[in-house]
Design a protein around this ligand. Structure first.
Ligand code: ATP
Ligand code: MG
Length: 544
């Protein structure tokens, strides 16, 4: 006998339904993530909603660990889509694969490519902060200008640190700061300084710069003080990083975009210096834009917006340069004041152990300790025991998650054989018992994020390309496709929307940027790309 159909709705919507209405023990705040593995109840959650509305966590930060290919990035993509539907702005500041560019595009957001020959960031450009400082003026404008100056200075120091393999000296920072002030006064308004301008000022040596080097009128003393800096800057300009960081910013972050992704996936994995530099530049630019957006909101000039940043493949930037751990550390300590939630994703705790110094290792472990929400996909038992020391895991939880790390059986030859742990996650918050969930993805989610695309057989390629070209056209051209046209998947249930209301079904699509509220409880097609929590794998078991 088939199990009875189950529906989920808020008490406002389901108050008149009879019989057999039952409460649920699973959290209902946030993006619908999937079904509870044991009870089938829909589980909702994301770091922002659990911090702001549900108050389950004291820090809007998520740390996700798990073996490759189990669906970590896919789940965070779903959070992006769901949060975007509530007006939160997803910011992927350095997408390494890319895992998020297609989603951000589908959300109507801005995708900026950085890499050799594809696009660059002018390190010395105060970016959105500079523009907003000029717009708001007064004391607030001055404060923002000073902050923008500090940000540029930090970025130059970070880049020189990457090239030298050690931090920049403090007296050199004073020189760079003086050069930046000098240039700002000389250049016409609206024209940002470039690295070659900086070199020219160092060569000319105006009095203001000489004063901070304590040259006492002696040319030789001045040259001794600035030559190492001069050489490092020349090294950047003529070296592998020059192309990307020494000219005008190719595309500025749009302060009003519904989502932003800085795609650095064209940079080769072996190119660690450029990866690290591009990542830092992307953060600096992106977080500058967040600060600028808040400054505008403080003045009442724009609505207040919250942000959600994603750091996927964390192990790569961590290994790229030693200063990066500090930057990520600072980022996570600042997130609450910046109105920003964040998700960090990596494979194992061992990624932290591979770092060069004890201090870096301790900081990287701190990311897990401080995360409000820890989400585990399949991990080997030894890893889980280790993780248990930090987040407190019961023996059953350890067994469950380690069982998800086993490979599929030998005997299976089917096309779509999946690892048993794919789409299975354990969500841990503080000392509470973990919530084990299974995530069923929609066809749209699969299309937006298929990291196995290069494993398609040759003879299947023309067919698949034709199919995705058609679907991409249908999905991105908007309109009918979102509301039940091509590629729309039947989702059996109205899951709760991130706003705590029933999810929109047949209604405005979150992909179009319209926040769904108070949608009817309908058993109809889901919004394309919208959070469709309870679809798919087990169509007879309808929960919500
Ligand atoms: N719940 C799911 N059900 C079915 N397929 C899924 C599910 N989640 C992800 N996939 C598919 O599995 C593949 C790998 O997913 P994803 O890239 O999210 O894994 P990952 O854990 O981020 O891997 P990596 O550690 O290598 O980054 C993708 O092609 C995706 O479409
Ligand atoms: Mg991934």
């Amino acid at each position: 006998m088939d199990p009875p159909t189950m529906w989920r709705a808020t008490t406002v919507q389901a108050c008149g339904l009879w019989p057999f209405a039952a409460g649920s023990g699973a959290p209902m705040s946030g993006v619908p993530l999937g079904q509870h593995l044991h009870t089938g109840a829909t589980v909702c959650g994301d770091p922002l909603s659990w911090f702001t509305r549900a108050r389950y966590i004291s820090n809007p930060s998520l740390f996700m660990l798990g073996m490759p290919g189990l669906g970590k990035s896919t789940l965070v993509n779903r959070m992006l889509i769901g949060l975007s539907a509530t007006g939160v702005v997803p910011l992927v500041l350095g997408d390494l694969k890319p895992d998020y560019a297609d989603t951000v595009r589908a959300l109507g957001g801005q995708v900026i490519s950085i890499g050799r020959g594809t696009g660059g960031i002018n390190l010395l450009d105060p970016g959105a902060m500079g523009a907003v400082a000029a717009r708001i003026g007064g004391k607030a404008g001055e404060a923002l200008k000073a902050e923008a100056h500090g940000r540029v200075l930090n970025m130059v120091a970070a880049l020189i640190g990457i090239v030298r393999g050690r931090p920049m000296d403090d007296h050199e920072q004073a020189v760079v700061s003086a050069v930046l002030h000098h240039l700002r006064e000389r250049l016409p308004p609206g024209r940002a300084p470039l690295l070659p301008d900086m070199l020219r000022v160092l060569s000319e040596g105006p009095d203001r710069i000489r004063a901070v080097t304590l040259d006492r009128g002696d040319e030789a003393r001045y040259r001794d003080a600035v030559d190492p800096l001069h050489r490092s800057l020349l090294g950047i300009l003529d070296g592998p990083l020059g192309d990307t960081f020494a000219s005008e910013t190719s595309t500025r972050v749009d302060l009003h975009a519904p989502a932003v992704c800085i795609d650095i996936s064209r940079i080769g994995e072996a190119d660690t210096q450029l990866t690290a530099a591009a990542m830092l530049a992307a953060w600096s630019d992106g977080l500058g834009s967040v600060a600028a957006s808040h400054a505008l909101a403080d003045e009442g000039l724009t609505p207040r917006r919250w942000f959600f940043t994603v750091l996927d493949e964390l192990w790569r930037p961590l290994r790229a340069a030693s200063g990066i751990v500090d930057r990520i550390d600072a980022l996570t300590r600042l997130n609450r004041t910046l109105g920003m939630g964040d998700a960090k994703i990596t494979h194992t705790l061992k990624d932290a152990e591979a770092l060069g110094t004890d201090a870096d290792r301790a900081k990287a472990r701190g990311f897990v300790e401080r995360a409000g929400m820890v989400v585990c996909a399949g991990l080997p038992r030894a890893e889980m025991e280790e993780l248990g020391k930090i987040v407190g895991l019961s023996q059953r939880e350890i067994e469950l998650v380690s069982s998800w790390s086993s490979p599929p059986g030998w005997a299976v030859t089917g096309d779509r054989e999946e690892p048993p742990g794919r789409g299975r996650f354990l969500i841990k918050v503080g000392g509470r018992p973990g919530l084990p969930i299974k995530v069923a993805i929609t066809d749209t989610e699969r299309r937006l994020h298929d990291t196995n695309i290069r494993w398609v057989q040759n003879d299947a390629v023309p067919e698949q390309q034709a199919e995705s070209a058609y679907e991409a056209g249908a999905a991105y051209e908007g309109g009918a496709a979102y509301e039940g046209g091509a590629g729309v998947e039947q989702v059996p249930t109205a899951g709760p929307a991130p706003g705590g209301e029933a999810a929109p079904v047949n209604g405005a699509s979150p992909v179009n940027g319209t926040a769904p509220v108070n949608g009817p409880i309908v058993n109809g097609p889901a919004p394309v790309g919208g959070p469709a929590p309870v679809s798919g794998a087990d169509p007879d078991r309808r929960t919500a």
